[in-house]
Write a protein that binds this ligand. Sequence first.
Ligand SMILES: Nc1ncnc2c1ncn2[C@@H]1O[C@H](COP(=O)(O)OP(=O)(O)O)[C@@H](O)[C@H]1O
Ligand SMILES: [Mg+2]
Length: 226
Amino acid sequence: MAGKFITFEGGDGSGKTTQVLRLAKMLREYGFDVVTTREPGGTPGADAIRHVVLSGAARDFGPNIEAVLFAAARADHLDKVIRPALEEGAIVICDRFHDSTRVYQAATKDLDLAFLDRLETATLDGVAPDLTIILDVPAELGYERAKARRSEAEADRFESDALDVHAERRERFLAIAEDEPDRCVVIDGRGEEEEIAEDIVAALEDRLGLKPEDEKAERASETVSG
Ligand SMILES: Nc1ncnc2c1ncn2[C@@H]1O[C@H](COP(=O)(O)OP(=O)(O)O)[C@@H](O)[C@H]1O
Ligand SMILES: [Mg+2]
């Protein structure tokens, strides 16, 4: 497909949303066509499913059906937002995607992992991220940041899990990066926002050959020459 598909992954409070917004703003300033989206959600139908899952209302269905709900949301999101934007040549930046399903659902006991794999293959239907940025922070730091961010609001279904569960998720994200080094880049999320943003831009250049400056120059010369 003509565009580039970039996903951001990592635990709660690792800085994904902060960095997705920064990167999108920067790429747009340089003249790129950028679509930002997030999971679970990204379309009205998928947002409705997000609400059901994050509220804990679907917990009684059990892990396999919860995985089906996430898959239904993702299929809609891919059909209505991601695939069309990629076909148009946009850079699509998604805040969480299939790795989060692997990490969050696979950590759930009693989930049939082979079932989860089949569901993933069917749902993605040939679409895969060109680059996945995994923001890595110690579980305690992510937990503190997420807590500070929501202030008085209640933690959601996943945020409220114990610290050791967050630590296990971190390990699972790192294991995915190790399994798929061509797709994934692990970036230390502990530093200043600015430094992390620079590391992300370096990964885009290195892995996707995206050079924001070149794009700007090209657009400028197109404008001059009409
Ligand atoms: N590098 C950073 N250093 C300190 N605080 C950060 C950093 N990045 C994000 N934050 C803050 O931490 C909280 C969680 O960040 P957020 O981007 O929402 O994480 P995520 O989307 O991964 O859950 C927010 O309040 C955000 O402003
Ligand atoms: Mg976020």
